[in-house]
Design a protein around this ligand. Sequence first.
Ligand SMILES: Nc1ncnc2c1ncn2[C@@H]1O[C@H](COP(=O)(O)OP(=O)(O)OP(=O)(O)O)[C@@H](O)[C@H]1O
Ligand SMILES: [Mg+2]
Ligand SMILES: [Zn+2]
Length: 328
Amino acid sequence: MGLNQRFYSQAEEEISRRREINTEKLNLRKREIETAIPEYKAIKREMAKTGEKLYGIILSGDRPHEKLERLQRENLAAQEAVKALLIGYKYAPDYLSEIYSCQKCRDTGVYQNRRCSCFREIVKRLSAEELNAASPIKLSSFDTFNTVFYPDRTDTDSGKNIRSMMERNKNFCKEYAENFHLPCEGIIMQGKTGLGKTHLSLAVARTVISKGYSVIYGSAPDLLRKIGNERFKSDSEADTMGLIQIADLLIFDDLGAEIENQYYVSDFYNLLNSRINAGLPTVISTNLDRAQLKKRYDDRIMSRFTTMEWLIFCGEDIRLNKKYGISL
Ligand SMILES: Nc1ncnc2c1ncn2[C@@H]1O[C@H](COP(=O)(O)OP(=O)(O)OP(=O)(O)O)[C@@H](O)[C@H]1O
Ligand SMILES: [Mg+2]
Ligand SMILES: [Zn+2]
């Protein structure tokens, strides 16, 4: 069974579990109301007779339409009576109506002959969970991203204050994550090693996940290798490219760290392009500067980069700082 197929059956199972849970919930409510509202039992008994009467009408064949209509009217009246009772006892009028987790498809997983959005949400969540299982997503947050690590002096390249630049980067990412919506533009984090690009992009991932979106995190070498391997195995379990194309947010870490080859460049173009066309953002981090990027990736990629927000990271390697002792 392919990976997508597995997620589909898991999603079907999850939806049928929802149905069971909701039926159980409704049964509990019915039992509760039987004790709380004594009149309810009598009405319920009448309603149960409807089924028997219906059977009688069909069998007898004597003016069935008229009888059916009357039965329908009686049934509706009984339902109204139940609602009135519920209201009288300070319950919501629909307290005994069917309970659905998804009103759109009524927990069937199908809406207007297509998979309902609730079904697709489950598949997306399962696929993101699988790809993120081995990532350090839980470790980084905005709270632990401290700008004290960045020197309070002017950057010689840009002529701007380093700490203020990094404060702006942090604030931009925080706002981006907190107001995350679709469609939206992606981000490029560019700068030397150990300056907090992965840390900050994982903080974005964490916040966006907590808002209920699906996020996939992966490093360029890892994701591109997976995609490359899967291309030659048609019966492959995994469909990394497929999953990457539907995730609400993709964190594509360490672009440029993959080995140089034309297949990787074209896979990267395809995934970036299809995400941009679908209005889905990608957060890319890279050690390469603009000139190096331009040399390595073609114009079509560079042109797509220009639609993204560029954040320049500067300062001194925080990995080293933390190891050999800057004190806060
Ligand atoms: N502003 C910060 N506050 C606290 N810790 C930080 C900060 N920036 C980075 N770190 C920590 O320093 C280490 C290196 O940061 P990170 O991995 O994010 O760097 P990077 O820019 O992604 O580097 P590389 O280009 O090598 O991938 C991590 O342990 C990270 O948690
Ligand atoms: Mg990194
Ligand atoms: Zn649904």
